[in-house]
Design a protein around this ligand. Structure first.
Ligand code: AP5
Length: 232
């Protein structure tokens, strides 16, 4: 199952992806997480991307396309993957289609998580993430049980992303409307939308209603014939 989670910054793509990974056993490929890891490791790529990301801009198409091309070659992608934050421009979408077509593959479904600008602004400003396992919190609607501590792994130290200032979020939203939203024209019939303003559990259920039917169904076992059974 090859799926794209599509939506504006803060729509809940990362939150849902982490749940869907557990449910379907396919990896989340988040270009944002990959770039943040490069940034944290202080690699040349991370240093190059850092200023662009923190200001709410988009990293160049060549860089993210190459990252996804390499990542999808790994063994854990053989049964599919969940793209989060990629593609984000028409050239990225076209490159992804070509990359998959070369392997006789395609995207099965694009799940669009709809969320109005005023809601995502609030979500970004109150978002905190675990520095160890990446679990995402919202200080008002999904706060950690213990202040500044991850519920999932116990790590102390929840971080506020540098691009979650109001100024950077506004810039990311402008980029989304101008460069990312037009991608829907590439996906037409395979784009299915869910209302991202509902609670996380309700959003997960709505996404599952789309993805569950795509799960590979195990072949039906023929019932074994009973010994001596005769027809009447
Ligand atoms: P990236 O990390 O991809 O950021 P994004 O797309 O802007 O998305 P976010 O991570 O901000 O939001 P989300 O939708 O995952 O929401 P979340 O679940 O966290 O990219 C960051 C940067 O990297 C980009 O700006 C760019 O510079 C660069 N980059 C990445 N990919 C690139 C690409 N392909 N090309 C070029 N540059 C690229 O939720 C947000 C908050 O809301 C949390 O607090 C959460 O707890 C809360 N929340 C979630 N769901 C709900 C709900 N249903 N109800 C209430 N609260 C909720």
């Amino acid at each position: 199952m090859r799926t794209i989670l599509f939506g504006p910054p803060g729509a809940g793509k990362g939150t849902q992806a982490k749940r869907l990974v557990e449910i379907y056993g396919i990896p989340q490929l988040s270009t944002g997480d990959m770039l943040r890891a490069e940034k944290a490791a202080g690699t040349p790529l991370g240093k190059q991307a850092a200023a662009i990301m923190d200001a709410g801009g988009l990293v160049s198409d060549d860089i993210v396309i190459a990252m996804i091309e390499e990542r999808t070659k790994l063994d854990d992608c053989k049964n599919g993957f969940l793209l989060d934050g990629f593609p984000r421009t028409i050239p990225q979408g076209e490159a992804l289609n070509a990359m998959l077509a070369n392997k006789g593959q395609k995207i099965d479904v694009v799940v669009g998580i709809d969320c109005p600008d005023e809601v995502v602004r609030d979500r970004a400003v109150y978002r905190r993430s675990c520095g160890a396992c990446g679990t995402i919190f919202h200080l008002q609607s999904m706060p950690p049980k213990v202040d500044n501590t991850c519920d999932k792994c116990g790590h102390v130290g929840l971080t506020h992303r540098a691009d979650d200032t109001l100024e950077a979020v506004n810039k990311r939203l402008t980029k989304f409307h101008k460069e990312t939203a037009p991608l829907t024209s590439l996906y037409g019939a395979i784009l299915q939308r869910v209302d991202g303003t509902q609670s996380p559990d309700v959003v997960t259920r709505a996404i599952r209603a789309i993805l569950d039917p795509l799960k590979a169904k195990p072949a039906k076992k023929k019932p074994a014939k009973k010994k001596g059974a005769s027809r009447h």
